[in-house]
Ligand binder design. Sequence first.
Ligand code: UD1
Ligand code: CA
Length: 497
Amino acid sequence: MRSALYVSESAARPAAVIVLAAGAGTRMKSRTPKILHPVGGLSMIGHALNTARALNPQQLVAVVRHQRELVAEHILRHDDAALLADQDEIPGTGRAVESGLEALAAAGAPAQSGTVVVTYGDVPLLSPQLLSELVAQHETEGNAVTVLTTVLEDAAGYGRILREGDTVTGIVEHKDATEQQRQIREINSGIYTFDAAVLTRALSRITTDNAQGEKYLTDVLGLARAEGGRVAALVTEDRWQVEGANDRVQLQALSAELNRRTVEAAMRAGTTVIDPSTTWIDTTVTLEEDTTLLPGTQLHGKTHIARDAVVGPDTTLTDVTVGEGAKVTRTHGSGAVIGAGGVVGPFTYLRPGTVLGEEGKIGAFYETKNVNIGRGSKLSHLGYAGDAEIGEYTNIGCGNITANYDGENKHRTVIGSHVRTSSNTVFVAPVEVGDGAYTGAGAVVRKDVPPGALALSVAPQRNAEGWVQNKRPGSAAAEAAEQATQHDGDNTTDGDN
Ligand code: UD1
Ligand code: CA
């Protein structure tokens, strides 16, 4: 229960952080390796690598074995400076750390002195603050080993912390523990700091002589004490930070807790969240002050919400930038940019490459993709705009469609500024409409429209007078027409034109 005291005096760079990620994780029942499952917008191992990297270690090592290729590729994509260590068939956390040290030596960067930190790839809520607190305590006290522990209601399955008074004397695994030891509720989180030299010496002496036939990393504690080293614990009251996920039930619990923390942090930083229980914010999302999230909003990836913007209800945005004061209602969007003062929704589908200019609008039942919409331009209702360029202050009428696909290739539609298009205009790309041009209702625009022209493509209307009375005699329509002609006898049309 050390306090923030140690955070501020966080000392030297650790020689290495070793992240253990060789385990199988079979209880996930998944083809995807356990540590690649996402929590709060990053894989579990992604969170672990970020926390490890935040300590600024001289080396960051990830120990891999199970589904090696997938895991290794993912790790290097997340952190290309990480060093991979392959664990062999000898099982156990002790062997895993030994593999990490061997990889460091093989890479010409042996961890001979200083502090070695060990963490797990499946503990995503561990914060850099808590981990550096552990390092700081370790170094301030001059420990051989410092273990991060917590006290649980139900400690079954975990390694138990053995103490004599305040002194930590060792860790006993659940399977190896006596009934009496199993009553201990202080557990080993699996996160430690070690003196590099002590660790190396101890690992070379550890055997697999235990209930599981594994090389236990936990045996280092006893060996360190036997050679006169000091072993201590940092007890955290925040069990979530040391909690791992073995199955999807635990994964969901971790996700919910991480989200609760992210949403709370957003509120403390100036975002109004109407309903935290239905609001999901990835840890990678950024929000400015005075933003508002309405119920059912999910923000993912690199989404950024600028000041005074209102998002939701029922909106999912992935990698979307929402400009200052914009309003985004019941929208599903990814890879889009919404300019300041922009209005989107309700029921709008923004696909990648959508850029809406300041004060622009994409209204109800619109789908957009790869389209640049200039300042103040409006696409208010019912349509599709893809592979298009639209200038400023243009008004696109109801039901307009860019026919961008000829069955084999995609083509661009270019529409100028201050254009007015009438309802149901179809732009058959490639085609260009000049500044200030208009289109008539239902126009199918196949040829370029010069600036200021009115594009008409629908055949002139012709009324066949009395057609219904002649062809549908006795029908309700014919009778209605008959009555209307009698009442408005002197109000007939001009006939064909
Ligand atoms: C270990 C600890 C236990 C502690 C618990 C916390 C040991 C002997 N026991 O339990 O005291 O309470 O963690 O969760 O260390 N791993 C490898 N290679 C291996 C085995 C495991 O890389 O050969 C990795 C796993 O991927 C995982 C972590 O080490 O990230 C822990 O493995 P796991 O089997 O879950 O923990 P236990 O050994 O049961
Ligand atoms: Ca195990």
